[in-house]
Design a protein around this ligand. Structure first.
Ligand code: MG
Ligand code: ZN
Length: 375
């Protein structure tokens, strides 16, 4: 073979391979399902704690596309969970305490309302009451996060197809005397107040709700077990059982409470539990191929640090032992530090960069095309 021909034979397949790659890139990437996992009150140090204190490799380590968000609310540098979650759920920064309403108190559409018009199923999982600020922002509209009974009413009237968490008292022990459990059953809900079931039991349910505590779910340290992982798994199974596509929000609610309490072991146990749920979502997304997993937080809590442990010498003088971590806190409240965003699956690359918390909403609609034709 002449040398020119030989070169051609070698180069031509490369040329076609490049062409094919360009075509593939063009027709990429609409996510069909989204799992948004929010660990309340979780900054980089909380996430880092999983790398030091979890017995197995943290699931946070499975992501390649990572960004940072500024979480400030419309009026305050330091956000609360209501404004933080409303930014994710409705795409607008609002005042601290607001649930699904704008800074001028007008109602703004949330993701559940937008996607349910397109027959996308929706699910909510939390380790707090399901009426707590983070999940509430995805289905309710109230001027204050404190209007818990109203928030429960909004859940019962919403298009949410699956929920699991605490908060039973806001449904069946209300000042207005209504029993929302009965009302929801009439709307084709299967409600369980005892324990998570398995899919065989709930296969025929149209909608499914678990209210497994009067208010918040117990701490991991007080026997919550693997509720969060199981509820995440069951939610995925339930929402996809008829071949539907879905949006699900999963909250590790109590990482925040460990931060408020300046209780390192409470915080870390909740963070590790949340990381297990992230693993469950990633396992599904890897198999499914059409599911976008986003992991982030509404803000940091506690000004948490993984400092070198302070110890005392025999003479009473203090020193920092760099061979051991001593968890420390700078506040009993929230902080304004930038918050990491991890993404995996179709469209994950748009979550890279440094941006505002409410842009998460826009990015979800963009990579799913769920926003098309709405407004
Ligand atoms: Mg929360
Ligand atoms: Zn908080």
């Amino acid at each position: 073979m002449k040398i020119e021909n030989y070169i051609l034979v070698c180069i031509l397949p490369l040329f076609f391979a490049c062409q094919q790659k360009a075509v593939e890139k063009k027709e990429e990437k609409t996510a069909k399902n989204v799992i948004l996992l929010i660990s309340d009150g979780t900054g980089l140090s909380q996430i880092s704690s999983a790398f030091y204190f979890k017995d197995s490799s943290p699931n946070y380590g499975r992501f390649e596309d990572i960004g940072l968000i500024n979480t400030s609310s419309s009026r305050e540098d330091v956000t609360d969970s209501a404004a933080g979650a409303t930014a994710f759920a409705c795409g607008e920064k609002t005042y601290n305490g607001a649930i699904g309403v704008a800074d001028d108190s007008t109602t703004i559409k949330n993701l559940v309302e937008i996607v349910s018009l397109k027959n996308i199923k929706t699910g909510m999982v939390a380790t707090s009451s399901i009426t707590h600020a983070t999940p509430a922002s995805f289905y309710a509209h109230t001027l204050s996060r404190g209007f818990t009974e109203k928030i429960a009413l909004h859940l019962s009237e919403s298009e949410v197809d699956f929920f699991a968490g605490g908060g039973l008292q806001f449904f069946n022990d209300r000042k207005d005397g209504r029993n929302l459990l009965n009302e929801m059953v009439k709307k084709n809900f299967f409600i369980d107040t005892v324990a998570l079931g398995d899919l065989s039991k709930i296969q025929n349910a149209e909608k499914l709700g678990y209210l497994l505590a009067k208010n918040a779910m117990p701490k991991v340290q007080e026997g919550r077990g693997d509720f969060l992982v199981k509820a995440t798994d069951l939610g995925i199974q339930f929402l996809t059982k008829d071949g539907s596509n879905f949006f699900m929000m999963v909250e590790g609610s109590q990482v925040d409470w460990g931060g408020h309490a300046n209780d390192g072991s409470y915080l870390v146990s909740e963070l590790i539990d949340f990381d297990d749920a992230v693993g469950k979502a990633l396992d599904f997304a890897e198999k499914d191929g059409n599911t976008l997993v986003i992991v982030t937080s509404d803000h940091e809590t506690g000004g948490f640090t993984l400092a070198a442990k302070k110890k005392k010498r025999e003479d009473g003088s203090e020193y920092s032992d760099y061979s051991e971590i001593g968890m420390t806190f700078s506040t009993g409240g929230h902080s304004a530090t930038l918050i990491p965003v991890f993404a995996y699956g179709p469209g994950s690359e748009v979550f890279k960069g440094v941006y505002q918390n409410n842009e998460i909403f826009d990015k979800i609609l963009k990579v799913t095309n769920w926003g098309a034709g709405s407004n």
